[in-house]
Design a protein around this ligand. Sequence first.
Ligand code: PRT
Ligand code: ZN
Length: 292
Amino acid sequence: MNVQNLKIALQRSGRLSEGSIDLLRNCDIRFDDGVGKLRSSAQNFPIEIFSLRDDDIPRYVEDGVADVGIVGENILAEHGCTVDMIEKLGFGKCRLSIAIPKNDDYTSVADLNGKKIATSYPGVLGRFLKQQNAAAEIHTISGSVEIAPGIGLADAVCDLVSSGSTLFTNGLREAETVMNSEAVLIARKNLDSDLTQLVDKLLFRIRAVNAAQRNRYILLNAPNEKLKKITELLPGIKSPTVMPLAEDGWSSVHSVINESDFWEVVERLKNAGAEGILVLSIDQMINGGCIS
Ligand code: PRT
Ligand code: ZN
């Protein structure tokens, strides 16, 4: 009988912590995330949660302290560990960018020649500069990178950006995107078959949760003579469900559509004669009691 637990490493306290915990909870994995607890076990899934500093996660997964982990692609790229990146998770999105004082002229990477760039990502930045044939000097610092130009420590910075407000308040502007990043699920190479099965089970749930978040459930009424055109506009997971309404000549249409093309489809449905269009997230469908 398999009693092996899957050990997962999450960021203990930081920008990825909430997203990682929410993801496991949305997968219906119940555990106690008591503050400061290094280790907790789930009550309803064979998984053990380790809370660690994000920088340590790739190495711990590589070394087998944990089997899988959730970490930013930026950390993976910098630390260069040999682990498998198995799924992009859609949260913790940011970019690693080179930023310069806002009044400096900038037309291309050639303008970085001879400049000193402060960063906590010397590995990724070094590869980028080499690939772009830019001869800039890298000055590695571990925190508060954005203040370096203001205090005369560097001419530019290479740091993570999400809203851009940190750069703005420090009088900097983005000049180059070095890489885009988001939280990813990583796994140790060559896991045994029991652990691989557990990873597959977890991955199945993660994919289902993320798909549900991207999709919308749509209900509408359609006059029967326009039904063919309206149903053709609905690229549902399967064909849309069509049911006759009590009112003669009308049908009710239900379908699932992807968020990215959502408003365009709604507009086209309206133009094609759909009425009473109602849109629900999959969460609302379940929690609102629409599914019986
Ligand atoms: O203690 P530990 O080592 O675990 O945490 P940490 O302080 O090293 O990392 P943390 O919690 O700051 O970030 C964890 C991960 O979140 C990063 O590795 C990225 O993958 C991701 N992430 C997403 C970000 C950001 N967005 C982000 N904006 N990490 C850092 N920032 C910082 C950035 O360095 C800059 O100081 O936020 C500032 C810029 O934000 P904006 O919104 O002003 O542009
Ligand atoms: Zn860190």
